[in-house]
Every structure is written in structure tokens, then in C-alpha cells.
Design a protein around this ligand. Structure first.
Ligand SMILES: *[C@@H]1O[C@H](CO)[C@@H](O)[C@H](O)[C@H]1NC(C)=O
Ligand SMILES: *[C@@H]1O[C@H](CO)[C@@H](O)[C@H](O)[C@H]1NC(C)=O
Ligand SMILES: *[C@@H]1O[C@H](CO)[C@@H](O)[C@H](O)[C@H]1NC(C)=O
Ligand SMILES: *[C@@H]1O[C@H](CO)[C@@H](O)[C@H](O)[C@H]1NC(C)=O
Length: 358
């Protein structure tokens, strides 16, 4: 019997002939067919990829080569320090990637809450830097899976978990599935918005734990925390489209969620993304993630200089910078300032909140 899946080792045998037809069409002029085949084998090994048939593997190889071309274009456009190339998503076409991870534009499923007058008492000073990871309050990087467009629910839950660490000194692992099920009953995997998730948590007096209400990554009926311990929030808000304001809230209160254009993330490896708005449209917002800090690269002769955001994603630790990415701050890069939102968790029990040290 032939094995039903094709691991990397088997590619060796026929790699040369499958690569040949593509060599002239897509290829980077400086990569030979055997180099590409080698890269694809390394990719399969590194990310433990197997394919169901030889045809499938051949097709995925073609997509892989196309993604190398896309990476080359992104690299040429890049204004920051980001590097693009092979990632765990290199065998997905752009439209497959959008189907798996993209969420609908904010107008498509309803509008965000209107911006109230800002509550300036929650604003801190604009410090030079803040990285909440160093304070030990950021939950581990999560993995949403490829079958559910749940980034918005993950961002909302990680936001609440971090805020509970900072303001209540209580670590919690909260239920993403409850946010998915109870915000958009039976269609949560279609995608949604952080503010709707936060409203659901606020309005339904809390969220149960991930142990009691585990993540399945499927559309389900809302099973509102039956007899379960819940974690409540004191409110939620949409922040002004002002990156200094967002940084000040972040430094004084904790991580905030944001929507952004994910166009550069499929092939992102590491570094600080900065791109002209025409190649990362700030009006096309199809991803949600959690901003956990900010910093800047100080002047160094001949190298890139500037402020940036530190952002936690929900695509596992094997993606990006151990699950994180960095994005230029101050120019609304990829729309990051458009719809920043956060839960509100107040201090309680006379304890001081955790501080974000530079
Ligand atoms: C690799 O994938 C195979 C099949 O999908 C799975 O059985 C195995 O546990 C995976 N190994 C690792 C290290 O992830
Ligand atoms: C949350 O989950 C992590 C990883 O599974 C675990 O190490 C930690 O102890 C859990 N925390 C709580 C409060 O349950
Ligand atoms: C969830 O429901 C939507 C709408 O019916 C559907 O398009 C989507 O494929 C479903 N996703 C999963 C993972 O069941
Ligand atoms: C809030 O909850 C109440 C019942 O608990 C429900 O009737 C109402 O529709 C909810 N509002 C929103 C905006 O979800």
C-alpha cells in the first residue's frame, strides 16, 4: 500500500520534475528549481506538513512559489524593517488565507458603538515605551485554528484576561467559545467585532472559564454560563483615532484591541512593518489583534528609526515573532488606529494596579 499522505522526504523523488514547469513563469530569477524544491522540503519539515495526494502536493508547491514572489514584492515595498518570506501559511493562496482568517469589514455586520466623550481620568502620560509582557500580565499566545474566523473573540478575551491581571491581580483563562457562541449565535466563525463581543460580556454579566466552556472552533448555540464562575468587566469603549491617545490608554490601563488590514501578515516573518497606505489600505480592515505595548528604535546611523506597536496575534507561536508582530506607530499603518477598543476593568480591593515599566 502507498501511504495516503506525502511527507517531505517523498518530495525528493519527484521534486525536480514538478518544479520545472513553474521555473520560467513565476520564479525569482536568482532561485534555481532545485533550490526551490529544497526550500519547499524544508518548509514541509519545519511546519510538519503532509498532503493527501501527489496532485495536492504539486499544487501546494506552486502556491508556495507564488508566495515567494509575493514576499519579494512586499519586501521591495517595505519601508520599515519587516522581513517577508516562508511562513507557516506559505502553502495557502491569498484567497484561502482570507477565507480562513479574514473577518468582514466593520460596516458589513453592523457599526461600532459611537464614540463617547473620552474619559480623561483613565489617561496616563505618554511614556517612551511600555511592554506589558515584561510585567507578566499577558496571556500566552493562542491559536485560533484554520476553520473559524475567531480572531475578534480571541482579541476580546485576551484583552479581558490581561486587564484582570493588571487591575484585579487575578489570572484567568476565559472562554473564547462563549464569546463566539453568545455574540453571534451559531455563526460566530463567520467573523465579528471585538466591541460586539465586549458588549455581550458586559451585558450578560461576565464570561466563564475556558476550562468550563472550551474552544471548539465551531459555530455553536450559546450555552450561557450555567452555574459557572464568571469574570465581569465594568464596561468597554472605542478609542479615538489617535495613536498617542491609544498609547496613553495602553500605558495606564493595559492592552487594547485593534482592527487592521492583514494583507502583509501571511508572509510576515519578523521586524517592524511600515508600508505606504496604497499597499496596505487603512480602510480595509479584516483582522483583529491585541496591542500589548509600544517602543521606538532610536537613532542609529544608517538604519531604520521610529516608533512601533507590539501586537499579539492568535495564530500560534510558530507564526511571526513567537506569535507577535510589530507595526510602525504614528501613521495609521494598515489602519491600526481606526477601531481600537478595550474592555474597562476597574481596580478593586484597594490594591494598586500593576504598572507598565518601560
Ligand atoms: C505531524 O503531523 C502528523 C500528521 O498530521 C501528526 O500525527 C504528528 O503528531 C505531527 N507531529 C508534530 C511534531 O506536530
Ligand atoms: C491558564 O492556562 C495556562 C496554560 O494552559 C496554565 O499554565 C495556567 O495555569 C492557567 N491559569 C489559570 C488561572 O487557570
Ligand atoms: C459557521 O456558520 C457560517 C454561517 O452559516 C458558515 O458560513 C461557516 O462555514 C460556519 N463555520 C463553521 C466552522 O462551522
Ligand atoms: C442585554 O441583555 C438583556 C437581557 O439580559 C437583553 O434583553 C438585551 O437585548 C441585551 N442587549 C444587548 C445589546 O445585547
Amino acid at each position: 500500500m502507498w501511504p495516503t499522505t506525502f511527507p517531505a522526504a517523498r518530495l525528493m523523488l519527484w521534486g525536480l520534475w514538478i518544479a520545472a514547469p513553474f521555473a520560467s513563469t513565476f520564479l525569482a530569477p536568482d532561485l534555481s528549481t532545485s533550490q526551490l524544491t529544497q526550500m519547499f522540503q524544508d518548509f514541509m519539515r519545519q511546519f510538519n506538513k503532509t498532503y493527501l495526494s501527489q496532485e495536492e502536493m504539486q499544487y501546494r508547491f506552486k502556491v508556495f512559489v507564488q508566495n515567494l514572489e509575493v514576499s519579494r514584492r512586499l519586501q521591495a515595498e517595505e519601508l520599515g524593517t519587516a522581513q517577508y518570506g516562508v511562513t507557516c501559511f506559505s502553502d495557502l493562496t491569498e484567497s484561502e488565507f482570507a477565507m480562513m482568517f479574514g473577518i468582514p469589514q466593520p460596516s458589513q455586520l453592523g457599526l461600532p458603538p459611537s464614540l463617547r466623550d473620552s474619559d480623561n481620568s483613565r489617561l496616563g502620560k505618554l511614556t517612551k515605551s511600555c511592554d506589558w509582557r515584561k510585567a507578566g500580565v499577558i496571556p500566552a499566545v493562542k491559536y485560533q485554528g484554520k476553520k473559524c474566523r475567531s480572531c475578534w473573540a480571541f482579541a476580546a478575551v485576551s484583552n479581558i484576561e490581561a486587564l484582570w491581571n493588571i487591575h484585579r491581580h487575578v489570572p484567568r483563562n476565559l472562554s473564547v467559545q462563549e464569546v463566539l457562541d453568545c455574540t453571534y449565535n451559531k455563526i460566530g466563525c463567520l467573523g465579528g467585532y471585538v466591541w460586539d463581543g465586549l458588549r455581550t460580556v458586559f451585558n450578560s454579566s461576565g464570561l466563564s472559564s475556558s476550562r468550563l466552556y472550551p474552544y471548539t472552533g465551531r459555530n455553536q448555540t450559546c450555552q450561557k454560563h450555567q452555574k459557572r464562575t464568571v469574570t465581569q468587566i465594568d464596561g468597554y469603549e472605542l478609542l479615538p483615532r489617535d495613536e498617542n491617545y491609544i498609547a496613553r490608554i495602553l500605558a495606564s490601563q493595559g492592552p487594547v484591541t485593534a482592527l487592521l488590514n492583514q494583507a502583509r501578515l501571511q508572509n510576515y516573518q519578523k521586524g517592524i512593518i511600515q508600508s505606504p497606505s496604497q499597499s496596505c489600505n487603512p480602510m480595509r480592515l479584516d483582522h483583529a489583534a491585541l496591542i500589548v505595548g509600544y517602543d521606538e528604535v532610536k537613532s542609529r546611523r544608517g538604519s531604520w528609526v521610529g516608533p512601533y506597536w507590539i501586537i499579539q496575534n492568535s495564530w500560534g507561536e510558530r507564526w511571526g515573532e513567537k506569535g507577535y508582530f510589530r507595526l510602525h506607530r504614528g501613521t495609521n499603518t494598515c489602519g491600526i488606529a481606526m477601531f481600537a477598543a478595550t474592555a474597562i476593568v476597574r481596580d478593586s480591593g484597594g490594591k494598586k494596579p500593576v504598572l507598565c515599566r518601560p
